[in-house]
Design a protein around this ligand. Structure first.
Ligand SMILES: Nc1nc2c(ncn2[C@@H]2O[C@H](COP(=O)(O)OP(=O)(O)O)[C@@H](O)[C@H]2O)c(=O)[nH]1
Ligand SMILES: [Mg+2]
Length: 347
């Protein structure tokens, strides 16, 4: 079985280790895939640097907030903890995550344990790391085809993220098909077709207004017939009173379930970091109705609201698969919690 490309990526970039050998698989394209590795263009640039550059706005905001708190090493009292709470809530961690985060430390302070600000900072880092959930599922999932199903409200970056992932998969030797299940507007279908042309991937689409389930059925059977490695499904994100997005999405997932076993699917929720607390309510809305496997948070580059990643992961127990740090394909990077925390909370 192919080793997870996601893990391989981390080894190359975070620990800058030699590529580990990968067990061979039977498919003829295996060699290309193994040699290149997923997201191979990152070999040149270290992931941590990428995170640091892309997350500079969030870092600045946090650094500003923490400067006074951690400047002088002193014994932590409840007032210091309350100030910290306020700052974390403002950094988009949200109330629940912030309170859960500091609770164990607060309890010790209440009991009279003499803890200093240095200890508070290191506690904070470790807690933040433990709040970021990880996934050990392979990316892309095993199976031929495997299916990536993307959902999220309009404008969060679904279509462009699909194009970025599609391109990266293609660059790494996978064959892909894009499935245009956002059938609401002709422009949405055209946008995906244009991306398909640009990255050299077939696009399965029906006419505007077609049943998205029918498009998914055709797209997946196309992938099966044509021996395609990965099918990427684009869906509508329209929030409209007359249209029940959740019910439509459930129907689409049902069609996928009939054709593809669970281990070969990844249902990915896309959230836009710039929307802050709205992203949290979207995570609540979607994850309570649909079994989400992972999250991609886009537009982290343009915002100081990067703390939303911690809140989403902790509150809804969702692993973050990638984050978007810009508009280019290489700006979609695998999420690494150590790089993330180091980038936003430097020592
Ligand atoms: N700066 C930045 N812009 C992004 C990122 N991801 C997507 N976008 C932009 O967000 C806009 C909406 O994207 P689109 O894919 O059409 O959203 P959709 O409605 O969810 O399909 C586009 O202009 C994208 O270029 C990102 O990570 N960073
Ligand atoms: Mg779209």
């Amino acid at each position: 079985m192919l080793k997870s490309f996601f893990k391989k990526f981390k080894e190359e970039n975070i620990q800058t280790q030699e590529l580990q050998s990968v067990e061979s698989s039977q498919t003829e394209t295996t060699e290309t895939k193994e040699n290149k590795g997923f997201f191979s263009f990152f070999k040149k640039e270290k992931l941590l640097d990428k995170f640091k550059k892309g997350l500079s706005k969030t870092k600045e905001k946090l650094a500003e907030s923490f400067a006074e708190l951690f400047e002088v090493d002193k014994i932590v009292d409840l007032q210091i903890l309350e100030e910290l709470e306020e700052k974390l809530i403002l950094a988009d961690l949200g109330v629940k995550t912030t309170l859960d985060l500091l609770e164990p430390f607060k309890n010790k302070v209440i009991k009279g344990e003499p803890l200093n600000t240095k200890q508070l900072k290191s506690f904070l880092k470790n807690q933040l790391l433990s709040f970021l959930k990880e996934t050990d599922r392979d990316f892309p999932p095993v199976g031929k085809p495997s299916v990536l199903f993307f959902l999220g409200v309009n404008g969060v970056g679904k279509t462009t993220t699909i194009a970025k992932i599609g391109k990266n998969l293609k660059d790494n030797g996978y064959s892909v098909v894009l499935i245009a299940a956002d059938t609401f507007r002709a422009a949405a279908i055209d946008q995906l077709k244009t991306w398909g042309e640009r990255i050299g991937a077939p696009v399965v689409a029906l006419q505007e207004g077609a049943d998205p389930g029918a498009v998914i059925y055709q797209g997946i059977t196309y992938a099966q017939k044509n021996n395609i490695d990965v099918a990427l499904i684009d869906t509508a994100g329209r929030l409209h009173t007359k249209y029940n997005l959740i019910e439509e999405l459930k129907k689409m997932v049902k069609v996928m379930n009939k054709l593809i076993p669970p281990e070969s699917q990844e249902i990915i929720l896309i959230l836009d970091a710039t929307t802050g607390q709205n992203a949290l309510s979207q995570a609540q809305h979607f994850s309570s109705a649909i079994p989400i496997h992972s999250v991609i948070i886009t537009k982290m580059d343009g915002t100081a609201k990067g703390g939303i990643a911690i809140a989403v992961s902790h509150k809804y127990n969702l692993p973050i698969r990638f984050i978007g740090l810009g508009e280019k394909p290489e700006d979609l990077v695998p999420f690494d919690k150590n790089a993330f925390i180091s980038a936003i909370l430097p020592d």
